[in-house]
Design a protein around this ligand. Structure first.
Ligand code: SF4
Ligand code: SF4
Length: 370
């Protein structure tokens, strides 16, 4: 097996004996299996990296059942000791599994689809929102991400409506490529870096001053992975919530007051990886004011909507509604009427489980702009 770093060894040793974050883990919530809890994964990986055992299929499945949501890290009782980082450990183990040719079939299928089709589900790029784009010179480049590009065009339409209303020149990338993020999360770093290089080249060629991103995974890639891989982008990179807030603060975008009670479903990749918690709240409060209310679990204690849930128990992940229901129950508990989401995945997984109105933050702003 590949040599393991000291930080990952520290995590293995600490987490192997510790159950203190298990209540936060969405994969254990779904499967009811100890091997899908943070501690269970640490025990399995301890046996491989410090116990001399080989990976077997059940250990590999447990590693790929992790959603890399970071809840265990947020809840870690060892934070005062520097914190233990299970998501980093899982990503390391996945790269190791891939390098030994042991990735499960379902993971290989997603990898092949990303490499060949630039999406996780073998979808024809002709069906995407960006299939007919004619690229142009503009200040703003809007990057959608796979969910918005293929399944939730209404989110892109809402953002484009706002840009049009503000008379802001923008462009999109024709046949928007993958950022490489999903490949890296699945353990395929070499392929991820090739895709990242391609995306960075397309972004540079567009020559825009500001990149505005809907998808939290793509945002995380551009902000954190690309610089770490030596891919420097000169443009400012903003999540749509940050961009909307800048328009609101400058007085250019005004929202009508809403009397509905509104709550926000935080995003794991925006929040836990990038500290973006307040920008979307300020956008919502610009309309909802005192009608904005927090659910029980928010900010770093948010509940995962499955932004990085790709496979589970050896098949493509299809249990997003079980994660979405956990969130909609909390919204119903506070009598919210609207749930604002920050990714296509969150919107879809939550909306499938409730009669409440669920909308992306750009739809919220577009519906209320004056
Ligand atoms: S990252 Fe999320 S799914 Fe993975 S072990 Fe931690 S809490 Fe569980
Ligand atoms: S991440 Fe922290 S709380 Fe969770 S098992 Fe490891 S040491 Fe315990």
């Amino acid at each position: 097996m590949t040599k393991i770093t000291q930080n990952n060894i520290d995590t293995l040793k600490a987490c192997r004996y510790c159950p203190m974050c298990r209540q936060s883990c969405p994969s254990e919530f779904i499967s009811y299996r100890e091997s899908d809890a943070p501690r269970g994964r640490a025990i399995l990986l301890h046996s491989v990296y410090l116990g001399g055992k080989e990976f077997d299929s059940s250990a590999i499945q447990a590693i790929y059942n992790c959603f890399l949501c970071g809840a265990c890290k947020s809840w870690c009782s060892g934070q005062e000791l520097g914190g233990y980082d299970i998501p980093e450990l899982i990503k390391f183990a996945r790269r190791d599994i891939v390098s030994h040719g042991l990735a499960p079939q379902s993971v290989q299928e997603i990898r092949n689809s990303l490499v060949e089709n630039d999406n996780t589900r073998n979808l024809d790029s002709k069906l995407s929102c960006t299939a007919l784009v004619v690229e142009k010179t503009a200040d703003v480049l809007y990057i959608l991400g796979e969910g918005v590009n293929y399944t939730n065009p209404e989110i892109a339409e809402a953002f484009i409506r706002i840009l049009g209303h503000q008379q802001i020149q923008y462009t999109l990338l024709k046949d928007e490529p993958t950022s490489g993020k999903e490949l890296d999360l699945l353990g395929y770093r070499k392929e991820a870096q090739e895709k990242a290089k391609n995306m960075a080249g397309r972004i540079k060629a567009a020559g825009c001053k500001t990149i505005v991103v809907s998808d939290p995974l793509v945002y995380d890639a551009l902000k954190n992975d690309y610089p770490a891989w030596g891919l420097k982008l000169e443009s400012e990179i903003l999540h749509v919530s940050e961009y909307l807030l800048s328009l609101i603060r400058s007085g250019k975008l005004k929202l009508k007051p809403t009397q509905m009670k509104v709550t926000l479903a935080d995003s794991e990749f925006l929040g836990r990886n990038n500290g973006i918690y307040e920008a979307p709240r300020e956008v919502v409060r610009a309309s909802a004011g005192e009608n904005f209310a927090e659910m029980q679990w928010h900010h770093e204690y948010l509940q995962s909507a499955g932004e990085a849930a790709f496979t589970f128990d050896g098949s493509a992940f299809k249990r997003g509604e079980e994660l979405g229901r956990k969130i909609s129950i909390k919204a119903e508990d506070i009598n919210a009427e609207v749930i604002v989401a920050l990714s296509a995945t969150a919107k879809n997984n939550i909306a499938a489980t409730t009669g409440l109105r669920v909308m992306d933050i750009v739809e919220f702003a577009a519906n209320l702009m004056v």
